[in-house]
Design a protein around this ligand. Structure first.
Ligand SMILES: Nc1ncnc2c1ncn2[C@@H]1O[C@H](COP(=O)(O)OP(=O)(O)OP(=O)(O)O)[C@@H](O)[C@H]1O
Length: 277
């Protein structure tokens, strides 16, 4: 459980980039969306959760305990909450993929057999066995993103924070990222995801917090949050196409694309609206 209570944060003493944030991340679902326009404070919030930044006032709790900022506590915290950065180059340090992913396990002083088992598992789970012995410098952006995720997933953390997981990915890369996230959720991971891609976010998240100018301006289940027109406009969010089909053309509000495609009545809605579509 990650809980933020009356959290304020400013990079300097002149202004606050986060204001009175109160979020109980364990409460409303397994995949939480954090959305808002550029500069609204999403990455800053992530940094406060993993202790890379310290709140100016207010508190961060993990599993009921208030966060401590000494090296030992932070090292432990980061085995429990992994963060996948927007730019994968910020978290890949070794020239070889396998060495990079193994780094954190060696740091945790796990025995060699466990390390090999975890590596086998993570490369297979992420379907990147072919990258295992490759030099990092020749990987594409999408491949690097999967390696960065492997370096986090291999620790088996309780929570994974993903900052813009689809940034820089092509259509196929985004689909693969969606499948990967759904697989991680099926495996029991808890995720907090930040992205500007609302169609992607609608597919994978259960519950949303909307940030604007460092404040949470609305929150709710994915079926409800996009109904808050005022907040959606203030945060300049794109409304997911599934919600628009529902609101503008009266389609059922599907939970995701797969559910929509599986609806045997879909062709009746489509033929009813022929020209509009
Ligand atoms: N290291 C820093 N020092 C000072 N100000 C910063 C620093 N990093 C971010 N900021 C400022 O904090 C505010 C929030 O930035 P943040 O990166 O958290 O936004 P974001 O919602 O993640 O944006 P984006 O969607 O563009 O990634 C912005 O006004 C930004 O300019």
């Amino acid at each position: 459980m990650i809980k933020l209570e009356h959290l304020n944060f400013g990079y300097d003493s002149k202004s606050l980039q986060l204001e009175d944030i109160n979020i109980d991340f364990g409460k409303f679902g397994q995949a939480i969306g954090l959305v808002g326009p550029n500069g609204s404070g999403k990455s800053t919030l992530f940094k406060n959760i993993v202790g890379l930044e310290k709140p100016t006032s207010g508190n961060v709790f993990f599993d009921g305990k208030q966060l401590k900022y000494n090296n030992k506590s932070l090292r432990h915290l980061r085995t429990q909450i992994g963060m996948v950065f927007q730019n994968s180059d910020n978290q890949i340090f070794y020239p070889n993929v396998q060495e990079d992913v193994a780094f954190v396990l060696r740091n945790l002083k796990l025995d060699e057999q466990t390390i090999q088992e975890r590596l086998d598992w993570v490369f297979k789970s992420l379907d990147i066995e072919d990258l295992r012995d490759r030099p990092v410098q020749y990987l594409s952006g999408g491949q690097k993103k999967r390696v960065a995720i492997a370096g986090i997933l291999v620790m088996k953390p309780k929570w994974i924070l993903m900052d813009e997981p689809t940034a820089g990915l092509d259509f196929d890369g985004k689909e693969r990222m969606k499948d990967l996230i759904i697989q991680m959720l099926n495996d029991g991971e808890h995720l907090i995801i930040s992205s500007h891609d609302m169609n992607f976010m609608y597919e994978v998240c259960d519950y949303f917090y909307v940030l604007s100018h460092g404040k949470v301006i609305t929150e709710g289940k994915k079926e409800q949050v996009f109904e808050d027109d005022k907040a959606i406009q203030e945060a300049k969010l794109e409304v997911p196409y599934i919600v628009r089909l529902h609101r503008e053309l009266g389609f059922p509000l599907y939970e995701n694309q797969a559910q929509m495609y599986a609806d045997t009545n879909l062709k009746n809605y489509v033929s009813g609206y022929g020209e509009k579509l």
